[in-house]
Design a protein around this ligand. Structure first.
Ligand SMILES: Nc1ncnc2c1ncn2[C@@H]1O[C@H](COP(=O)(O)OP(=O)(O)O)[C@@H](O)[C@H]1O
Ligand SMILES: [Mg+2]
Length: 475
């Protein structure tokens, strides 16, 4: 995989399209790719569920939601903030609009009854019909909600490996592995592709034979999520049937609720497994794992097909889980704070690091630092010059002055918007008062101004939105 990627990268294309490049890479390769892409001067279009990777490589985020795209000139974490702001603004705008509609309807009803004002009422009706109804974007990705069932009681030791080895014919993958997992302990398996992480997981769950000793603790019930777990589902079964088949008689009534918490609606559950997307299949597979209570979970790359929000939920569920956990993963954010030990697979052995993935990475960095330094010297100089240029005094000054101008304009716009809105509000109050309304209904000019102010307000608000966007692009 890394070789394939390297081949493409070395051609130095003008534009790179990368669709989930980290899915099948190990952590070291991900970091390597990250460094490479950071220095790359061409354009990159990157599809990824790896937040840390996205944040360090990208400077623009395009969100696809409701068949539309929203373009943010910011990296992922900043995009999340901007998006939140935007939705808050939408909610406010929607509130204002709802009020405007309600008020106008009141007006229409009043005018309608009056013979000489029927035409005006009609014009208001037309106006309402023409209105672009603001739609508030909800969280596009619904939230999965689940917990692992509490771990049944078990002995103090969950798992013991002594002198465990594995060869596939002539290929020696693991040699004399010793490992002990105590009840409630959470550990991570990391290492390059092909170092034997999945092999050890399969040995532990008894899926493949091996030499040496592997023993489960007293009353340990083990659940297993294989690297290609989603492929084991029967394509021809529906989602509902898949889960129904996996549950015992007395939990059958809960199946729809359980599926609901994995975001399968009533329509979705009758879909056949073969039409599901990778992410949906992964959710069905995960769902199956939750149906029975286990006190030792072995999960091999469980995040591979999950989107960012689902990954966060899985992580949360695993953090809350009170059983023991062995998880194979190359996702730094997923692993952060999740496990108390990391085992690195290298040269047929495993090496223990006490701490989570960050401890592991910082210890590793010391090893790799010298290597990196020599290979990147030349490129470093180029980067330095570039950033110098970017931060040159003159450019900074222009940037600052542009930001100041934008802020001034935005401030003025806000004042104007406020003043017109206040004025309109007063007019609405006046119109709602029967006596005043009677006076005003003879006043043609009043309604002309009223109309103009509405238009002006819309223009000002549009300009305000675009200036805010512009400003955000500069910050
Ligand atoms: N069934 C198999 N037959 C032969 N070789 C295998 C088999 N499964 C895995 N291997 C080899 O064993 C090594 C370890 O594989 P694996 O445990 O899947 O690594 P990892 O999960 O760390 O990426 C690899 O070189 C792989 O090609
Ligand atoms: Mg594997």
């Amino acid at each position: 995989m890394r070789v394939e990627l390297a081949k493409i990268l070395l051609q130095k294309p003008d534009i790179l399209l990368l669709d989930e490049p980290t899915n099948h890479l190990d952590i070291e390769s991900i970091i390597w790719l990250e460094q490479w892409l950071k220095k790359y001067t061409g354009a990159i279009v990157l599809v990824s569920h790896d937040r840390i990777f996205l944040d360090s490589v990208s400077n623009r985020t395009i969100e696809i939601a409701f068949s539309k795209i929203n373009d943010y000139k910011a990296k992922y974490s900043k995009y999340l903030e901007l998006r939140k702001d935007r939705i808050e603004k939408q909610i406010q705008a929607k509130k204002n609009q709802d009020k405007f509609i309600a008020d106008t309807k009141v007006l229409i009803n009043k005018f309608r009854a009056k013979k000489n004002k029927a035409a005006f009422a009609q014009s208001l009706i037309t106006k309402l019909n023409k209105l672009d109804i603001i739609q508030v974007e909800k969280e596009d990705i619904g939230r999965m909600q689940f917990r692992f069932p509490p771990a049944p009681h078990s002995g103090k030791l969950s798992l013991t490996l002594e002198n465990a080895s594995k060869s596939y014919d002539d290929l020696h993958v693991l040699e004399a592995i010793d490992l002990e997992i105590v009840k409630g302990e959470k550990i991570a398996f990391v290492g390059k592709n092909g170092e034997g992480k999945s092999t050890l997981a399969k040995m532990i769950v008894g899926e493949i034979d091996y030499s040496g000793y592997i023993q489960l603790g007293h009353q340990v019930k083990m659940g297993y999520y294989a690297q290609n777990q989603a492929d084991f589902l029967d394509d021809e079964l529906t989602v509902l049937k898949t889960i129904e088949d996996a549950v015992t008689e007395h939990t059958k009534s809960n199946v729809r609720t359980i599926l609901g918490s994995f975001l399968f609606s009533n329509d979705d559950v009758s879909k056949k497994v073969k039409v599901l997307s990778g992410g949906e299949r992964a959710r069905v597979a995960l769902c199956k794992l939750l149906l029975e209570p286990y006190n030792l979970l072995v999960m091999d790359e469980p995040t591979n097909h999950l989107d960012i929000a689902s990954k966060e939920l899985l992580k949360k569920a695993l953090m809350d889980y009170d059983g023991s956990l062995i998880v194979v993963s190359h996702d730094r954010e997923f692993l952060q704070g999740l496990t108390e030990k990391v085992y690195e697979f290298k040269y047929k052995k495993i090496k223990e690091y006490v701490g989570d993935i960050n401890t592991f990475l910082s210890e590793k960095e010391l090893d790799n630092f010298k290597q990196l330094e020599t290979s990147q010297k030349d490129q470093k100089i180029v980067i330095k010059e570039k950033s110098k240029e970017k931060k040159s005094y003159k450019n900074q000054k222009i940037l600052k002055s542009n930001i100041r101008k934008l802020r001034n304009r935005i401030g003025k716009l806000e004042k104007e918007i406020q003043s017109i809105s206040d004025d309109l509000k007063n007019k609405d109050i006046a119109l709602a008062d029967p006596v005043k309304f009677k006076e005003l209904s003879h006043d043609k000019e009043f309604f002309e101004i009223y109309d103009q102010q509405q238009k002006k307000l819309k223009l000002l608000e549009d300009e305000w939105t675009s200036k805010i966007d512009e400003l955000e692009g500069l910050l």
